[in-house]
Design a protein around this ligand. Structure first.
Ligand code: ADP
Ligand code: MG
Length: 356
């Protein structure tokens, strides 16, 4: 197990990168603590796989260094880094049995056969393939094969870290849930440094102690699920975390208060923000009161989702999502007001303040 440092990593796939947009990773400077369970969350194409491949050594970064426990491993091979990596799609030996697939990484490292047997049998239980141990991998379904891949990643207990790259994509929803809780349990038991890539916020939030959010080749926020929800550092994070995501509305700074529509709020604005600055308010849909008081909105759609309702509306020409409980009466001439407790202020997409 190791503490992993990414020291000013940049990566471009093409030759002669010039603009920021030529880089798949722009400037990643981050430390993964020894034994931490991290989720790496972000939309497709933001650089998650690139980052994992740089940690494991499958890819050499264009700039920067990788350190394990303070030792520079940038030039060390994948083998030498001793990292287990589980990919989005199965990587297994088709002609081997399920058992031998799991035993392979252990035998490769000369683990005594009795120990191999014990660990493989335990892992077969965890991935729910005990009855399939002697079957050739070739004939299995995609999700069974992916479980083998997972098992192969988890069967060793001497790795510096385990990296998972959206490993449950091909697994059916129920089994997803089961495997996710198994992963969490295994993490607790062995204390691996784990980095779990996903574009699914539910998966990230249930699995990890710390969530690392990426956007366009950069890490934009690292925090607990609650921190990401309450204080998104960037409008993207607010939009991406939470369902529906945070509303982002243009606002004005007026003396020391903030004006959105006709509502004036005394919010905590940092001194550096200048009067007249174009700012945006991030307003969580859960912090909007819908009723007969406040500013007019035009309701376009109401979605009933169990005990909550999502109301889609238009406010001053901008889309606005509101979360109301099932008993909320929605008048024909609906009006809204914003609760300052659920508001953050953004300038150039980055959070600069908020709250009353
Ligand atoms: P993610 O895993 O978050 O979906 P990737 O790390 O796969 O993102 O990709 C980041 C960016 O790098 C994307 O713009 C993608 O098109 C580009 N990219 C990824 N792999 C390659 C490659 N082998 N060659 C060229 N560009 C690539
Ligand atoms: Mg990817």
């Amino acid at each position: 197990m190791a503490r992993i440092t990414l020291d000013h990593i940049r990566h471009a796939y093409g030759a002669n990168p010039v603009a920021d947009s030529d880089y798949a990773l722009r400037e990643v400077h981050h430390e993964w603590n020894d034994g931490g369970a991290y989720a790496l969350l972000g939309p497709s194409g933001c650089g998650k796989t690139t980052l994992l491949n740089i940690i494991s050594g499958l890819l050499q970064p264009s700039h920067g260094r990788i350190l394990f426990d303070g030792n520079d491993v940038t030039e060390v091979s994948t083998q030498g880094r001793n990292i287990a990596q589980v990919f989005q799609f199965p990587v297994i030996y088709d002609t081997m049995t399920v058992y031998d697939n799991l035993a392979f990484p252990l035998r490769n490292r000369k683990v005594p056969e009795a120990e191999v047997d014990k660990r493989v049998r335990d892992m077969l239980e965890i991935i729910d393939l005990a009855d399939w141990a002697d079957r050739k991998a070739r004939g299995l379904t995609a999700d069974q094969k992916q479980k083998i891949s997972l098992g192969r990643g988890l069967v060793r207990n001497d790795v510096n870290a385990i990296l998972f790259d959206e490993p449950l994509t091909v697994i059916d929803p129920h089994m997803k849930w089961v495997l996710r809780s198994q992963l969490k349990r295994i993490h607790k038991q062995f204390g691996f440094t784990m980095v779990y890539v996903t574009h699914d916020q539910t998966e990230a939030l249930t699995f990890a102690d710390k969530v690392v959010v990426m956007y366009e080749g950069e890490i934009v926020q690292i925090g607990t699920p609650a921190e990401l929800f309450e204080k998104p550092s960037h409008t993207f994070v607010g939009y991406f975390i939470g369902s529906p995501g945070m509303n982002v509305l243009p606002a004005q700074l007026n003396e020391r208060s903030v004006v959105v529509g006709s509502q004036r709020m005394d919010l905590n604005v940092p001194p550096k923000t200048k009067l007249g600055d174009r700012i945006e308010l991030g307003i969580r849909p859960e912090f909007i009161h819908l009723g007969r008081e406040g500013m007019p909105v035009k309701i376009s759609r109401i979605e009933d989702i169990g005990r909550r309702r999502i109301v889609r509306a238009e406010f001053e020409g901008k889309p606005l999502a509101i979360v109301a409980d099932e008993n909320t009466e929605i008048p024909a001439e609906a009006r809204v007001s914003f609760d300052p407790a659920g508001i953050n202020i953004y300038a150039n997409s980055w959070r600069v303040g908020g709250e009353a």
